[in-house]
Ligand binder design. Structure first.
Ligand SMILES: NC(=O)c1ccc[n+]([C@@H]2O[C@H](COP(=O)([O-])OP(=O)(O)OC[C@H]3O[C@@H](n4cnc5c(N)ncnc54)[C@H](O)[C@@H]3O)[C@@H](O)[C@H]2O)c1
Length: 419
């Protein structure tokens, strides 16, 4: 059956996009290589934070269906690729999912199809990797027989204010005609479409956004270390600086960066600059170094807090609160809680964790899941607030704890040690 769009990759990015397109009245098919996922979506179950089972049921009611049969791609007017782009050995992107999805499209597309890549990747991927594959497998020519564009995904999981419809969508086509076609497509369900000169500008815009966050988080993380030594309250510093109505945006220190975007994507750019031009993208490499060493810094501070109380970390009961990479969501990917747990375990701590969003956390070292938050907080030698989920009343937990280390700067009273 012909559909307006097939979305390839039904994860944190693809599924909200499918919902938005469905809501706007487009007929949407979902394609994924994971049969169990397709089955569970077709049975009305959501696996991402931003969509409930009711949302999936509403999508199915509007004609959405998930499939693993690539032949069904043939009937789609547009194909949007939202598959993962993890890091490969040597810090370049692992493009296997992108090439796999592109090949599935190339084998099945027809004249007139619009193909859009949304996965974050290095500049040039759409033109140098996706286009030749599509042309070879379909026998068609981009810009003449079919349209090709890059449009970076900007989803912010857990953000209740900005979703797929009201976040402006950047679109860059292989030709101006491709840009027009992609802009017209997204204009059907996104409020604002922003055009770039070509695919490389759209690819690089996404990497600039993520690199900007990475670098600014590293800046405050580096400041957190020396402000602590100098007895300066950095949280108060940031609060004061934020009152400047222009030219300043607040970023906050923390136990490290996580998720797919911040710790990983800027590496695509630095890897690309290094391999193509032979020199480093120094800001990214420095930010990477600073942010990646934050879990070890937090572990050392935890060791010092215990030491001041005459306790050895070896044998101490340490409770980690919140282990996801971001507040109020269940995504554990690249969470700094994982290296932190490993570092503390290496120092001999006995670890417990509590997280309302994570039932079975496996950081690769022994951790005991805690259900009774309040009694576990009272009993632990040290409680570390790693992720400040809204379920946690940090001040009241800090008042109950023997020692409370707040790595997020959310406590207001004097009961906590702050990063
Ligand atoms: N999650 C975010 O917050 C976020 C935000 C902005 C950009 N992105 C980018 O979007 C892309 C997708 O990320 P995600 O978080 O949605 O990933 P995800 O892991 O949640 O989902 C990806 C899905 O793609 C499927 N898949 C893998 N190979 C496939 C193939 N060959 N064909 C079809 N489906 C395939 C997987 O089975 C999975 O269901 C990445 O490039 C990521 O960098 C993610």
């Amino acid at each position: 059956m012909a559909v307006d769009v097939v979305i390839l990759g039904l994860g944190y990015v693809g599924l909200p996009l499918a919902r938005e397109a469905t809501r706007a009245g487009l007929s949407v098919l979902g394609f994924d290589v994971n049969q169990a996922l397709a089955d569970s979506l077709n049975a009305g179950r959501s696996h991402v934070d931003d969509l409930t089972d009711e949302d999936i049921a509403a999508m199915i009611g509007s004609g959405f269906r998930a499939t693993t049969d690539e032949r069904e791609i043939a009937g789609a007017a547009a194909a949007v690729i939202c598959v993962p782009t993890p890091l490969a050995e040597g810090d370049g992107p692992d493009l296997r999912a992108v090439t796999g999805a592109t090949e599935a499209i190339g084998r099945n597309m027809c004249r007139g199809t619009l193909v859009v890549l949304e996965s974050t990747t290095y500049p040039g991927t759409t033109d140098e990797v996706v286009r030749p594959l599509l042309e070879k497998l379909s026998g068609l020519t981009a810009g003449i027989d079919f349209n090709l564009a890059f449009s970076p995904e900007r989803i912010d999981p857990g953000n209740e204010r900005f979703g797929a419809a009201n976040t402006p969508k950047v679109v860059g086509g292989y030709t101006p005609g491709c840009t027009d076609r992609a802009a017209e497509f997204y204009g059907r369900f996104v409020d604002t479409v922003v055009r770039t000169r070509g695919t490389r500008e759209a690819e690089t815009a996404k990497l600039l956004e993520n690199t900007y966050r990475h670098v600014n988080i590293a800046l405050v993380n580096e400041m957190a270390r020396f402000c602590h030594e100098l007895d300066i309250d950095l949280w108060d510093v940031i609060r004061a600086a934020s009152t400047k109505p222009f030219g300043f945006q607040a970023f906050y220190p923390g136990p490290g960066v996580g998720g797919h975007c911040i710790p990983i994507d800027p590496n695509y750019l630095s890897h690309n600059v290094r391999t193509r031009l032979g020199y480093p993208f120094r800001f990214v490499e420095l930010a990477q170094e600073i942010n990646a060493t934050m879990p070890a810094y937090v572990a050392r501070r935890a060791q010092n807090i215990l030491n001041e109380a005459g306790l050895a970390t070896n044998g101490a009961n340490v409770l980690l609160l919140g282990v996801t990479y971001k507040a109020d969501i269940a995504d554990e990917r690249e969470s700094p809680a994982i290296p932190l747990a490993r570092d503390l375990h290496g120092l001999g701590a006995k670890l417990g964790y509590h997280d309302p969003h994570v039932d079975n956390w496996q950081p690769g070292v022994d951790v005991v899941r805690v259900d009774d938050l309040h009694s576990a907080v009272a009993q632990a030698d040290l409680v570390i607030l790693v992720q400040s989920h809204r379920d946690y009343d940090a001040d009241s937990l800090a008042a109950k704890a023997k020692r409370f280390f707040d790595t997020r700067g959310v406590t207001r009273g004097d009961d906590a040690f702050r990063l």
